[in-house]
Design a protein around this ligand. Structure first.
Ligand SMILES: NC(=O)c1ccc[n+]([C@@H]2O[C@H](COP(=O)([O-])OP(=O)(O)OC[C@H]3O[C@@H](n4cnc5c(N)ncnc54)[C@H](O)[C@@H]3O)[C@@H](O)[C@H]2O)c1
Ligand SMILES: O=c1ccn([C@@H]2O[C@H](COP(=O)(O)OP(=O)(O)O[C@H]3O[C@H](CO)[C@@H](O)[C@H](O)[C@H]3O)[C@@H](O)[C@H]2O)c(=O)[nH]1
Length: 443
């Protein structure tokens, strides 16, 4: 099928490449000329496992094209995907300016019927807004061309985006149009062979499903972080509690890892947007507000540990930081808890020596040159001359470190672990003090 994707970010680029890989004819449009030029040259602007060979192979095979030419993009696709950003506005609501701009672009150029498929995360009622925008722009041109607007939210996780798109656990389609339903069933047929993963519903329910999924996952994380805080104060061990509750299939082991709080481009903004939506219809979202408050507090916990240990003045102290990305296997630092930690350490006057396996170019872009930040080539290099170590991201590379070398390198021999990577008894055996989340401090 002929498909056009507007937006070549985490969602648009991965979805475009995966659709091309099963044989669809895909054109990806972006307004960022530098990004499009890089993609045309086979350079992938984000770190996502498996994405580079997938894009390169399908581009070389002539099934995946990149352009800034919106008119050509609109002409190409019978199905036109929206995968542009929906960042938070000042009041927490989702800013729809990119989505509505693409709607106007489509209306300005379409000469034949189109099915517009929205993959961006958007508030309930956005499909109606997109339809109204297209209708109005077509009327201004004096054109009368049929179109549909479908909601097809995306559930991929960064760091596993290709695998998630190749093997989706569900394909939510919100439409009441039999034509659009048929087109989307045909488009996704290659991903729907094992059993029927398509969950068909009305447009508004599909739009709400996306927020409900993210809000549910964020709730699980804030819940376990709250119990971790309680465990610490009661002398219990959250890791034992986590295993104890996770074994109940009604609870499950997923998304109940305590830590330095959830980050990334989705959970913080989507919980905020759903709170805004609820308030806008006069409904108080008690649970969601608590989830957000707990997470805001949790993102400060690691820095609070360091400050509780040393006192409020960290001048003359050097803290090694392992992990900058908001989660492993990505270079994305949007809303990363590491940013809260670094801001607090710098505010107290500390020097930071940081390492991340892939996010250091992104850190350089965000922070620029700073006298109080040294980006180091390896985890061990970050420890040179440091007093303490703080761990924010649970990269595999940090899971089995040489504790003897850590103990030798750190002046104050203390580890603050925001992801509970180690057995406290093992760390203590190497003469290191160890503070983690929801477990009694050791050493
Ligand atoms: N990142 C994720 O893990 C994820 C997962 C599921 C859903 N989502 C949702 O998908 C949407 C996109 O997220 P993302 O992370 O891919 O965003 P992103 O910021 O990585 O990419 C968005 C892209 O859209 C481009 N763009 C903006 N305006 C445009 C226009 N008028 N025409 C063409 N291109 C335009 C930008 O230049 C950018 O390349 C958001 O609504 C997000 O909430 C994201
Ligand atoms: O038990 C857990 C699981 C995750 N996290 C944190 O939660 C955040 C988000 O993690 P994850 O959900 O794995 O990454 P995202 O790429 O943000 O993916 C989420 O957001 C996407 C965008 O909407 C959705 O498509 C995905 O389904 C949803 O998982 C990260 O900071 C994690 O460290 C925890 O603290 N504890």
């Amino acid at each position: 099928m002929k498909v056009t994707v507007f937006g070549t970010g985490y969602v648009g680029l991965v979805q475009g490449a995966v659709l091309a890989d099963v044989g669809h004819d895909v054109v990806c449009v972006d307004i960022d000329a530098a990004k499009v030029a890089a993609l045309q040259a086979g350079r992938i602007p984000i770190h996502e496992p498996g994405l580079t060979p997938l894009v390169q192979a399908n581009h070389a095979a002539g099934r995946l094209h990149f352009t800034t030419d919106a008119a050509a993009g609109v002409a190409h696709g019978d199905l036109i995907f929206l995968a542009v950003g929906t960042p938070p506005d000042e009041d927490g609501s989702a800013d729809l300016k990119h989505v509505l701009a693409v709607a106007r672009t489509i209306a300005a150029h379409m000469a034949a019927p189109k099915t517009i498929v929205n993959k961006s995360t958007v508030p309930v009622g956005t499909a109606d807004k997109v339809a109204a925008e297209v209708r109005q722009a077509l009327a201004q041109r004096g054109a009368d061309i049929a179109f549909e607007v479908v909601s097809n939210p995306e559930f991929l996780k960064e760091g596993a985006a290709v695998a998630d798109c190749m093997r989706p656990d569900r394909i939510v389609i919100g439409t009441s149009s039999p034509t659009a339903e048929r087109q989307l069933r045909e488009l996704y047929a290659p991903f729907n062979r094992n059993h029927d993963k398509i969950v068909l519903m009305d447009v508004k329910s599909a739009e709400l499903t996306k927020y409900a999924a993210n809000a549910m996952l964020a709730t699980k994380i804030s819940f376990i972080n709250e119990i971790a805080g309680l465990a610490e104060r009661l002398g219990a061990d959250i890791e034992a509690v986590r295993r104890g509750i996770g074994s109940d299939p009604r609870i499950g082991y997923h998304f109940i890892y305590p830590g330095a709080g959830y980050g990334g481009s989705c959970f913080p903004k989507d919980v905020k947007a759903l709170i805004h939506t609820a308030r806008s219809v006069g409904f108080t979202p008690e649970v969601l507000e608590a989830v957000e408050r707990r997470n805001d507090a949790q993102r400060e916990v690691l820095a609070e540990r360091v400050l509780a240990h040393y006192g409020p003045d960290l001048r003359g102290k050097t803290i090694a930081v392992w992990g900058l990305a908001f989660k492993p296997e990505t270079d994305d630092m949007r809303e990363a808890p590491s940013r809260n930690l670094l801001a607090a350490l710098w505010a107290a006057g500390a020097q930071v020596r940081a390492h991340d396996p892939v996010a250091m170019p992104e850190a350089r872009r965000i922070f620029g040159e700073r006298a109080d930040l040294t980006l180091c080539d390896s985890p061990m290099a970050a420890l040179e001359g440091a007093d303490a170590l703080a761990i924010v991201t649970e990269w595999k590379q940090f899971r089995v470190p040489d504790f003897n070398r850590i103990a030798q390198a750190l002046r104050d021999r203390i580890v603050f672990d925001g992801r509970n990577l180690y057995d406290p008894a093992v760390v203590a055996r190497h003469g290191l003090a160890y503070e983690s989340i929801g477990r009694p401090a050791r050493g």
